[in-house]
Design a protein around this ligand. Sequence first.
Ligand SMILES: C[S@@+](CC[C@H](N)C(=O)[O-])C[C@H]1O[C@@H](n2cnc3c(N)ncnc32)[C@H](O)[C@@H]1O
Length: 472
Amino acid sequence: MNRSVLNKKINKENIHALKRDRQHLTSFLHKQSDSAIIYLLEKLGRLESEFSSEPLVDLLKHSNETIRSLAIKNLAKVNAISLLGVFAASAKNDTSTEVRREAVSAIGRLRNEKAISILIDLVSDQDPKVVMQAIRGLLVFPTNIEAKKELVKLKNHPNELIKEIISKEVDNVSCVSVSSEHHDKFPLYLKNTIVHSDVMNVFKHIPDEAVHLTFTSPPYYNARDYSIYQSYEEYLRFLEGVFLEVHRITKEGRFFVLNTSPIIIPRISRAHASKRYAIPYDIHPYLIKMGWEFIDDIVWVKPEASAKNRNAGFLQHRKPLGYKPNAISEMVMVYRKKTGKLIDWNIRQYGSDKTKESRVLGKYETTNVWYISPAFNRFHKAVFPIELCERVIKYYSFVNDLVFDPFAGIGTLGKAAIDLNRNYFLTEQEAQYVSHMKEDFSKRSSLLRLDRVSPRFVNLADFVMLCRKENP
Ligand SMILES: C[S@@+](CC[C@H](N)C(=O)[O-])C[C@H]1O[C@@H](n2cnc3c(N)ncnc32)[C@H](O)[C@@H]1O
């Protein structure tokens, strides 16, 4: 039966009458189809303490798990300690995880000390969802010694979410921030500074928690002429070193957005196969291990005409296994520096004016598939389209924040930062790209008459001097 028919059949007045008359409710629940019962249970609304629970308790024997789960949800509204035994039986014996979780939630909602021993029993359950719900119930009694003792034991639970909740709630552990009171500030010598150097030499002169957002596209593994790694292993180790430092210099709870894609090293002759490296997937475990929390995977999709055609062979022979799709996507992986604090905490570090000024107004991308044409540049073979940088900056930083690109190339991130009233800090090791940035950035700043964003180009020695001047 569809919902509009049900809506007519079970209207507000019927529901009101059913709630007041136990006999009527019992016979309704016996006669109706599953969908009608579910509809009623979803619409039951508030239940006063004089509501007669028996018809709903009977439903806990129903074969449909949605009905059992909704019955418990409604019984929890009655808030009667007399139902504790009913909830405990469902929490222990029901065959459905969802019904058991709902039952534990109902026990917790009673907020009654009589429930503590049952909740303690449930924290040793095999199902992590049930355990988490039981933990929630026990946290209501912060001064109860037994409850606390059981919660502490869960520090070594095999489930990572349970461990996280316990360390946050019981040990009160969240990654301790060195500078959370200056969350919107950053060292001034980094402001709109471009360092011509290997980024690994620059990191030594950047303090912990200095930048708000990093967006970067690392050098490709041997796919372009600036790549010089002996092996894939060495390449991954290099990136691991860079991203560990990015983690250190990122402020608590702030974002790191990484653009990579699998690459192909072409075959050396017809007698050999080409080799494909799944860079985003290979880097991901390193990032998680070093303390980045995975937030989102955005797929950047380019027009097919811009991709290298790999279809010529298959188009002719059409033989299975020889299929080679044209690669028109790249990954834009979003990570957050792990912390016990919610994103709301980060937002609250800014005043209301700054928050208002930073709002993402107008049309914005609602999905994780971003259609953006690639950019071509005569000086650099692999540049970001500015639109990609603009989206990342707008969605993941506030006005006047410091955004960082360790592999700056010709500085597309910096240009987008200027346009969006953010500050930038860039490093690039190739002299030709730094010279190009020098020309381009000066033009851009004077064109926009933005003295406040005049770029500061330095080599490593000058950068060290700047750092010492600000931190004597
Ligand atoms: C994929 S490109 C980035 C292009 C940039 N997103 C843009 O829009 O111009 C990677 C850049 O990293 C630079 N690079 C590679 N290794 C580096 C290192 N150790 N330190 C600093 N820059 C490096 C390369 O010279 C190259 O310009």
